[in-house]
Ligand binder design. Structure first.
Ligand code: SF4
Length: 911
């Protein structure tokens, strides 16, 4: 067995991992105790990474479609890349360089990003290269640049340990950045005086942990921050010396915030005036205030202003450049930072340079050995797909991302992908929503198979090493881009000096390093050798330095022309799509604890469905009552752009008028185009980031009386078999008015398909589903039919165990049958149960319900039973009781916030 150092490919915390492998296969993953981001800890997603390292669903060979009407067929690399180079050259010659575009990803490594950026801006001469980071961090970038002068998070994770106020805005850190949240919990335990304020319309697990939760109305963040600044100014709780010596623009801002009186602010934000006053007081009195913020601020039509209004609070109080203080943007993706460093977006240039600055363009051209680089800004994500749709962009190359799931207003995205003359998709996985549109599929290496660097939220660069070779003919992303670029270069600029001479990712890193010389992110002191020897390092780390910088702006000098930070004159404006009588509910989208983005990786691990099996629309009980909806009912959700049918669930976390939908489920797991069929593509005017955090919707109960639930274990109990079945079941999602599919089980991975219709569907369709699940093999299938009630049950048995079940008409037995199946219980009792008019579980057997602790497989039902059994005369159960008795929450800790909530709820009930 060998051990290889890498990082987790999910969120921007950037946890270090140790990959165990046998040379052929990744066998396990553990946290790297030496990595400063996590010191050995991993969350549920990171600790199950090895389950994702499996061959099923991987893109293994280059494929091309002879024409749109035929499926792709396997090709060799040379044929594929030659074809692509010819098509690019023809299109560029005929329609100009801006007729092609690249849509890349915050999950690429920095070296991959660098080559794509140079390919577009250097060789082709277009700035049409944008990234899915546009959906994630671009407002954080514009916020930092507008106020502090550079796209540089000034803080470090260790600031959490020095803060006496942590102000979390628009971030469910407990779910989205779990290991960072562990650090916040530890800081609070060590210092009970540490105050935590959480700003979030929902009472998330993060909010429940706070000393003060401000459940503001959607989109009112700027009003809140300005209202707090109004109070700070009024109370004299600002740092006059800091403002005078190190900032500019306070007078213009004062004129704006004068109007944000406590009463008006509280009304605008929908919070208690006293809570607003408390928040401002705590911020003003704090010795060290640290803000942590993420998509709640960024994914907004006014994301830049939300960022700047928060940073204004830090500048006004001098809470920056010292231990425990500063505005700290949490990065969504593992290497969104690296992408920004190389300038891999439509409006950026290498080394944090600005595309609009002629000197910066000249510097980059010189570094690349070119006469110039293009000055016309490229198309940002939403505009890029619009330009593909209207024919302005002819060729679109998508790498390592899944826009047919993740972009807002999916109908537009799918139409664009249909309209494009040529869609190239470079992917590790063959089965994403986007690969369905690929005219050319390029198989890419992925986590555990690649060498290169990533930068996490705290500016820390880690070097990743490959643990195993990529499967089939998959290649590293940078290698694919270089192999293509060399061919295109031979056509476009024959006989000239090679722009892409790289033979290793290290050679690319060394060139990228040189582009940072003298810039705010100078990493000229770093090398692969140093990163290997000394481990991950923070930038800046210029040549001659012995360490990187833990904290920026300690000297209060900012990278602006004057050296002073700038207050931004941010004012509150409402969300793009206000609710009205027709669309009366505000829909928020966001992350779940155990899934990641569009599920192309996490959606292959059965146990990661145990915490949330399917997408459910969380609604307040008042809104449900008004619509005669109860938890588990199907509801039809409509926005101005699309509609979908999902189950609803009651949530105490939301106030009336607001709903929450997880962002992860796309057309591979639900009927239709997924969650983003509903969302809106209006963007922030500066950052061009779309408003994914709010759209107006209507909800009504869906009357779909005919129900189906079908489930089966993988034929050999292996995950790959379940995934193969899942792949086939997906083909039927759109045959029903409601349908979802997914995985469940632990030791035995199982597949599940749920559907509902207004009337019974065509029998051929049901026969096909039965065939996929192996329920058509008559000899081993038990069958129960009640024609009067239109109920049919079919159960397949193998080796004395149930291996597949299909319930038509009545699906009430779904919950316990799922457990029965996945736990491999014998069939004996089941025969009697299934042949009864109502399928009830065997005596003493109950459904386990949702799994709260995924590491140790402890369910909500088991925890609730333990809490209910606590003797009222005894002290109320504590977290350590639960950890000792049921062991839940004693491994990765991701479930600890939920356990705390369950204890608090049980305590409240007992009282
Ligand atoms: Fe990965 Fe979890 Fe760490 Fe994020 S917090 S990097 S998802 S292990």
């Amino acid at each position: 067995m060998s051990i290889t150092k890498a990082t987790c490919p999910y969120c921007g915390v950037g946890c270090g991992v140790l990959i165990e492998s046998n040379g052929q296969k990744i066998t396990n993953v553990t946290g790297d105790p030496d990595h400063p981001a996590n010191f050995g800890r991993l969350c549920t997603k990171g600790s199950t990474l090895h389950f994702t390292a499996q061959p099923h669903g991987r893109a293994l060979y280059p494929e091309m479609r002879p024409n749109r009407a035929t499926p792709r067929i396997r090709r060799d690399w040379d044929t594929t890349l030659d074809f692509m180079a010819r098509r690019f050259a023809e299109t560029i010659n005929k329609h100009g360089p801006d007729s092609v575009a690249f849509y890349i990803s915050g999950q690429l490594l920095t070296e991959d990003y660098y080559v794509f950026n140079k390919l577009a801006k250097g060789l082709i001469g277009t700035n049409n290269v944008d990234s899915n980071s546009r959906l994630c961090m671009s407002s954080a970038v514009t916020g930092y640049k507008a106020t502090l002068g550079a796209d540089a998070p000034p803080c470090s994770y260790e600031d959490i340990d020095h803060a006496d106020l942590i102000f979390i805005a628009g971030s469910n850190t407990a779910y989205a950045h779990p290991i960072l949240f562990r650090r916040i919990e530890a800081a609070k335990e060590k210092n009970p005086q540490l105050k935590i304020i959480v700003v979030d319309p929902r009472r998330t697990d993060t909010a429940a942990f706070a000393d003060l939760h401000l459940p503001i109305l959607p989109g009112t963040d700027v009003a809140l921050f300005n209202g707090m600044l109004h109070l700070l100014l009024w109370d004299g709780a600002i740092n006059q010396d800091f403002i005078r010596e190190h900032t500019e623009g306070i007078d213009a801002l004062k004129a704006i915030v004068r109007d944000y009186t406590p009463k008006l602010t509280a009304e605008t934000c929908g919070i208690a005036e006293a809570d607003l006053i408390t928040a401002a007081k705590w911020f003003g009195e704090s010795r060290a205030a640290l803000s942590l913020y993420c998509q709640g601020l960024n994914q907004s039509r006014h994301g830049t202003e939300k960022n700047t209004a928060l940073i204004n609070l830090h500048l006004a109080t001098g809470q920056i450049g010292k231990p425990g203080a500063g505005p700290f943007s949490l990065t969504g993706q593992p290497n969104a930072m690296g992408g920004r460093e190389v300038g891999g977006m439509a409006n950026l240039l290498s080394g944090h340079r600005d595309l609009r600055n002629p000197e910066h363009r000249a510097e980059v051209a010189k570094l690349w050995g070119l006469p110039s680089v293009p000055d016309k800004p490229g198309k940002t994500a939403v505009d890029m797909f619009e330009a593909v749709r209207n024919g302005e962009i002819k060729i679109l190359w998508i790498a390592c991302t899944n826009p047919a799931q993740s972009m807002p207003d999916q109908a537009l995205i799918h139409e664009a992908l249909r309209q494009a003359e040529l869609v190239i998709v470079q992917e590790a996985y063959a089965d994403t929503e986007t690969t369905a549109y690929a005219d050319v599929l390029l198989p890419a290496a992925t986590w555990g198979e690649k060498a290169g660097t990533v930068t996490n939220s705290e500016r820390r660069i880690s070097l990743l090493n490959p643990a195993i070779a990529a499967p089939g003919e998959a290649r590293a992303d940078w290698r694919i881009a270089v192999d293509f670029a060399q061919r295109l270069e031979a056509i476009l600029r024959p006989g000239q000096a090679a722009l892409f001479p790289y033979e290793s990712s290290e050679a690319i890193f060394n060139e990228h390093r040189e582009t940072t010389r003298g810039r705010d992110l100078d990493i000229t002191g770093l090398s692969y050798e140093l990163l290997t020897r000394r481990g991950p390092q923070q930038w800046p780390f210029p040549e001659g330095a012995s360490t990187g910088k833990t904290r920026l702006y300690e000297d209060c000098v900012f990278p602006t022309l004057s050296g002073k930070a700038k207050f931004a004159a941010a004012s509150y404006k409402p969300v793009a799509e206000v609710v009205d009588a027709r669309y009366p509910l505000s829909m928020n989208t966001g992350r779940l604890r155990d899934q990641w983005h569009g599920m192309s990786r996490t959606g292959k691990v059965a146990r990661l469905f145990a915490h949330a099996e399917e997408p459910r629309l969380a609604m307040s009980s008042k809104d449900m009552l008004r619509r005669s909806v109860t938890s588990g009912d199907l509801v039809r959700i409509k926005s101005r752009r699309g509609e979908m049918v999902l189950r609803a669930e009651s949530s105490d976390d939301l106030r009336a008028g607001q709903v929450f939908l997880p962002m992860h489920w796309g057309g591979q797991f639900v009927r239709g185009l997924g969650v983003n069929e509903l969302t809106i593509n209006v963007t922030d005017p500066t950052s061009k980031q779309p408003e994914l955090k709010h759209c107006a919707i209507q909800v009504e109960k869906a009357n779909l009386p005919w129900r189906l639930v079908a489930m089966a274990i993988g034929e050999s109990g292996q995950g790959a078999d379940a995934l193969a079945r899942l792949q086939r079941l997906r083909g039927h999602l759109n045959d029903f008015e409601f349908a979802t599919c997914g995985l469940f089980g632990r030791e035995q991975e199982c597949v599940i398909f749920r559907a509902a219709n207004s009337a019974a569907p065509n029998p051929d369709l049901l026969a096909d589903l039965e065939q996929i699940l192996g329920l058509d093999q008559a000899l081993s299938v038990m069958h129960y039919e009640d024609q009067r009630k239109s109920i049919t049950r079919r159960v397949r048995v193998a080796n004395g165990k149930v291996v597949a079940v299909c319930l038509f008409g009545d699906s009430v037995a779904e919950e316990w049958l799922k457990d029965w199946l996945s736990m491999g219980h014998p069939v004996a009792d089941l025969r009697r149960m299934l042949l009864a008019p109502i399928a009830t579980p065997p005596k003493g057997f109950a459904a386990r319900g949702r799994v709260v602790c995924n590491c140790l497989n402890v369910s909500e039902t088991e925890i609730a039973a333990y809490l209910a059994s606590a003797n009222p005369a005894e002290p109320i159960a504590t977290l350590s009781d639960l950890q000792q008795q049921l062991r839940c929450g004693s491994e990765c800790g991701s479930c600890v916030p939920e356990l705390r909530r369950m204890i608090a709820n049980s305590t409240a009930k007992a009282a």
